[in-house]
Design a protein. Sequence first.
Length: 166
Amino acid sequence: MTLFALLLSVAMGIGSLAWGYAQAGLMSFARWIVIFGALWLIAIWRRWRWFSYVGLAFNFLAAALGLWMLDFAPGWMFAGAIGGLLAWDLTDFRYRLRFAASDEERHAVETRHLRRISLLALVGFGLASLAMIIKFQFNFEWALLLTIVSALGIIQLVNWFRKRTY
């Protein structure tokens, strides 16, 4: 469950940054962002925990550059930063989860942690949507991303409730 959330966070963060840069016409930067995302996925596969720090710094720097210096759409830059933050957190959490005593304890800790970061992501996407509305940049692509993230959140919520009833 944590691995799926980690991979989704990397894809969401990198994809949002690449999409934001591509919309601004900087396709070469968007390609480099996607290449970095592929490297990050390889690092997850190889279990290079240190790469999550590089990924977090990269996502925050790319988002800050796009937001403050190049005046890109704030939603895509916020989503990229949120994705990087979630991926960094989940990478460290996966490592710490190895030390859980039992499978029940592991599952309980994993569930609580995913709930907390889901709330963080919800607040972040809410603020990003507010920024998009204020700057009159709320568009179909952003609504589509919110729909996908909301659907994944609802699926996860249904799974949690289903597991609690058994």
